[in-house]
Design a binder for this molecule. Structure first.
Ligand SMILES: CCC[C@@H]1OC(=O)[C@@H](C)C[C@H](C)CCCCC(=O)CCC[C@@H](CC)/C=C/C=C(\COC)CC[C@@H](O)[C@@H](O)C[C@H](O)CNC1=O
Length: 156
């Protein structure tokens, strides 16, 4: 059971260490080419959510994040027989707290993973966003899979 919280802590640690390196080693706007035309590290700050929406609305982000953390902990506790589902929720937990720490400390989020998919420059994101997105996608797949099996064992 606690391994899901330890996983979330591990994700938070990786997220915060990578952000610390970006903040201390790179100027804002500085870019490191990792894979030409595909993957760069670009030091960026975002005071909003995905795509910079709701810029500066910190109280909204605090409230939503606290609600997300509460709901995720509840689901981790009530789905003990669904380890994959708990895994998805621990990814969301780690990601949400990772960005929450930035918002509390700096009122903005440190982003650095800059991906160009074909010629579309995807918004610059970070490890916390990746964990959140992986967690969301995993849970969606599990829910679809459960529904197709018709059992609907997910408790809520
Ligand atoms: C990933 C959730 C965003 C994350 O939400 C959080 O913190 C949560 C815990 C709290 C928010 C206040 C509430 C969620 C708003 C939902 C949302 O926004 C729709 C999301 C769709 C998503 C599919 C799930 C697409 C993907 C996007 C991106 C991530 O691609 C990997 C681009 C990220 C860049 O714009 C980067 O600048 C963002 C910056 O780092 C701050 N991050 C956040 O606000």
């Amino acid at each position: 059971m606690f391994k899901y919280y330890i996983l979330a802590l591990f994700l938070i640690a990786i997220d915060q260490v990578t952000k610390y390196i970006v903040v201390t080693r790179m100027e804002i706007g500085e870019q490191l080419e990792l894979i030409p035309n595909f993957l760069y590290f670009t030091s960026h700050r975002n005071s909003g959510a995905a795509w910079g929406i709701l810029e500066g609305q910190m109280w909204f982000f605090y409230i939503v994040t606290i609600v997300v953390v509460g709901v995720v902990i509840y689901f981790i506790q009530t789905n003990r027989d669904q380890p994959m589902l708990q895994l998805g929720f621990s990814f969301i937990l780690g990601g949400a707290i990772g960005n929450f720490i930035d918002r509390i400390l700096f009122q903005e989020v440190v982003d650095f993973i800059d991906v160009y998919i074909f010629d579309y420059n995807f918004p610059i994101f970070n490890i916390a966003d990746s964990a959140l997105t992986i967690g969301v996608i995993l849970i969606i797949i599990l829910i679809l899979f459960e529904d197709s099996k018709g059992k609907g064992k997910i408790k809520n």
